[in-house]
Design a protein around this ligand. Structure first.
Ligand code: HSE
Length: 436
């Protein structure tokens, strides 16, 4: 290979930075056979050394901006996380003529439109495969592998920590906090774990998937986000009795009125493959008109799994760095001048089926009152489960409905909650059958 090595600067040597450094080194020859050139880490910006990395001979600085301005560097790999400093770092790297590879979902979801515009202006690449579902090459699959299709919807388990918690609650009846602490110790959880359990991390990733699937600008501010912290072991058990699993899903669907962008706990039929994705694993299902449903499964977090995606991006950058911007794969899958103005739908406009759990007094006619309210809102019932509760004067009633617009369900739930025979709030979990 006659080409000179491509010089890479890594900013951030934590879990993903360390993994990227080590895999690049370990697989150096194999990677260069693919890229056509040697990919060499020439500088690292980090405040703390990583004991898992032998960085001897590599220029280390505690100022990441030194890396972004370093004239020797061709590609800056941003692995510091967060949005503010990371945005400045990436814009500085672009200003200095560097291509960028990032694993930062929050950065892309929140500042991606601005960053891609700056990159286009400068004829530079910003690659972000590792930002969604860690090691699963889902960005490439949607952007390139499915380029022939009109995509109908994307649904994914895209937060490993949340999936780990739900799996352990179901399989072992473990307490929420205890499982979260384990996910943190394993290095899966975000620096602020509420990002995992409240669905913010998944909403960042879903924002990116929705834009890639439907060619709309990134609109994290319009994503509907609901976490898993209110899911009880009772709900998990009742869902199983009805033939469903509860998963924390990110769903983006195109309708004639707009694009749905929503993250929430969801009942999915037990016999769907994605219902059986357990622990910290991630999976993304894509339903498209020509190919039908496809499913992508793998490790969504972890040092080397995420490094796999970061390095795949580096190889892509190396292969196309000399191409003109109009001859590269567009950042958001569709040419920037051909993005769609289809709006993101407010949650009230979304249509889905529901699981409802209510605590009812055990009197004749209570269920009739509840079903009358549902009928008034044209909500059709799919199944009802009434449990006995020998130690209580309240009985749990579980209702599965057919699909209805969320605003009708909101009206029905308020009316049910105002019945004097119904105590406390009605639990509502959305149901998706994910039929292709
Ligand atoms: N906190 C994230 C997760 C890490 O648990 O999936 C990968 O983005």
């Amino acid at each position: 290979m006659g080409f000179k090595p491509v010089k890479v600067g890594i900013c951030g040597l934590g879990t993903v930075g360390g993994g990227t450094f080590n895999v690049l080194k370990r697989n150096e020859v194999e990677i260069s056979r693919r890229a056509g050139r040697l990919i060499q880490v020439a500088a690292i910006g980090t405040r703390r050394p990583n004991p898992d990395c032998d960085t001897n001979g590599v220029q280390i600085t505690s100022d990441i901006f030194d890396v972004a301005r370093n004239p020797e560097i061709d590609v800056v790999v941003e692995l510091i996380g967060g949005t503010d400093v990371a945005r400045d770092l990436v814009l500085t790297a672009l200003d200095n003529g560097k291509h960028v590879v990032t694993a930062n979902k929050a950065l892309i979801a929140v500042h991606g439109n601005e960053i891609f515009e700056a990159a286009q202006r400068k004829n530079l690449i910003v690659a972000f495969e590792a930002s969604v579902a860690g090691g699963i090459p889902i960005v490439k699959a949607i952007r390139e592998g499915l380029a022939a299709n009109s995509i109908n919807w994307v649904a994914g388990i895209i937060n490993g920590t949340g999936n780990f918690i739900l799996t352990e609650m179901r399989d072992k009846g473990r307490a929420f906090d205890d499982v979260l602490a384990e996910a943190q110790a394993l290095g899966y959880a975000e620096a602020d774990p509420t990002f995992d359990v409240e669905g913010i991390d998944a909403a960042h990733k879903l924002t990116i998937l929705g834009s890639l699937a439907f060619g709309i600008p990134l609109q994290f501010q319009h994503a509907y986000t609901e976490g898993i912290s209110k899911i009880t072991t009772d709900d998990v058990r009742y869902a199983e009795e009805l033939g469903y699993r509860i998963k924390h899903l990110g769903i983006s669907r195109r309708t004639t009125e707009g694009v749905e962008l929503r993250v929430h706990p969801t009942l999915i039929p037990q016999d769907q493959l994605i219902a059986n994705v357990n622990g910290v694993m991630n999976a993304v299902m894509v339903d498209a008109d020509a190919v039908g449903p496809t499913l992508y499964y793998g490790a969504g977090a972890g040092a080397e799994a995420t490094a796999s995606a970061v390095i795949a991006d580096l190889v892509d950058v190396v292969r196309t760095m000399t191409a003109d911007r109009d001859n590269r794969v567009p950042h958001l899958a569709f040419h920037p001048s051909r993005l769609s103005s289809l709006p993101v739908l407010p949650m009230e406009e979304v249509e889905t089926a529901y699981y409802l759990r209510l605590q009812a007094e055990d009197h004749p006619g209570v269920l009739a009152e509840v079903t009358r309210i549902l009928a008034d809102q044209s909500i059709s019932i799919d199944a009802i489960l009434q449990k006995s509760a020998p130690d209580s004067d309240l009985i749990p009633v579980i209702i599965l409905t057919d699909a209805v617009q969320e605003k009708r369900m909101n009206a029905a739930i308020s009316a049910i909650e105002s019945l004097k025979e119904i105590r406390g709030a009605v639990t509502r979990i959305r149901v998706e059958r994910l039929n292709g």
